[in-house]
Design a protein around this ligand. Sequence first.
Ligand SMILES: NC(=O)c1ccc[n+]([C@@H]2O[C@H](COP(=O)([O-])OP(=O)(O)OC[C@H]3O[C@@H](n4cnc5c(N)ncnc54)[C@H](OP(=O)(O)O)[C@@H]3O)[C@@H](O)[C@H]2O)c1
Length: 359
Amino acid sequence: MKKINIVLFGVGNVGSALINQILEARSKILNSSQLEINIAVLVNSKIAFYNNNTINNSWEADFKTYGYPYKLSHILNHVKKEKLTNLIAVDATASEDFVKNYKELIRNGFHIVAANKTANTLSDKFYKELRIELKKHNKQFLYETNVGAGLPVIKTVQDLHLAGEEITKIRGIFSGSLSYIFNTFSNNNKSFSEVLEDARTRGLTEPDPRIDLSGKDVGRKLLILAREINILKELSEVRIESLVPNHLNGKSSISHFIENQQELNLNFEERRSKLKSDEVLRHIGELDVASGELEVKLVTEKRSSPFGSLQEADASFEIYTKSYGNRPIVIQGAGAGAAVTSRGVLSDLLKISEKLECI
Ligand SMILES: NC(=O)c1ccc[n+]([C@@H]2O[C@H](COP(=O)([O-])OP(=O)(O)OC[C@H]3O[C@@H](n4cnc5c(N)ncnc54)[C@H](OP(=O)(O)O)[C@@H]3O)[C@@H](O)[C@H]2O)c1
């Protein structure tokens, strides 16, 4: 019998979905893998809830009622006092600040599973230092959900690279929201602002759609894949075509942007009018290994191509390698959403536990 003890940082969309999936799956996991999953502490940006019993369906109410302000040192002292082993910190925050705690967590016995992309997209120096710290303390760090949510993109790239396969190019529709926007926009005569508003009200974009349209999040995911295959770039070196015009950029309020989003129409409608009947617009990230170029851009694709035939908010990734020639490995499916992301986090937790000792 094995037991893992989780400290969950971030109880928002992904963190909450993870707790509920663990509650639902834990007896099955216990039976099939002889693994007990204990969520020892739940933490948001303000309070921590120390769970001394088995977590149950009342966790949300318990968190609100019994959670109290904390410092990281309190959590570290708690796990020591309780003699908890096989510790895993789950980062389900979107915080840049929180990532600064990773090294301390590792030094205090934690493995890390992250949905948060920040640790892999800060400087190359931080990236390398983190890996040195992990090695020094014999700890694992898994982050499959950083790219394509629950889709097995990072693992596939890592495995190919590890096996000596020469990856030549990666192209992907990395963003679910931009996938939905351009799948819809290319297929009807609606204005761009109408499509954008529809995506926003369905909750497919960030509350501020400029975060999606800026292309920065796609740039981060592209950088994460590049670093997996030893292309050591910084985020500032990714060429990103922002789809937000300067006068509507982040310096103005969200409401100002939403009130004026029809100003985006002319540009996109001009691009749509140039499409041939068998073509569509797609927002892609592309990594060319030979040139070392990382690019995020809006392109024209054949309607019949894998990217051109995408539906809804699906993500899709093409991995070109020497052995696979011009027929890439394609990984496709829902590339966002709390349920698929938390399932990916749970899968990372199980992978880490495979290498841990029985207690
Ligand atoms: N949703 C997806 O489809 C998806 C896919 C792949 C990856 N991800 C990544 O998953 C992460 C979580 O996404 P989400 O949608 O669940 O976000 P969210 O709903 O905004 O939740 C974020 C949680 O993190 C907490 N938090 C913020 N700063 C913290 C800190 N310094 N220490 C501890 N907790 C802190 C927040 O607490 P407060 O409420 O107190 O602020 C909140 O509970 C993000 O990094 C996101 O990019 C999401």
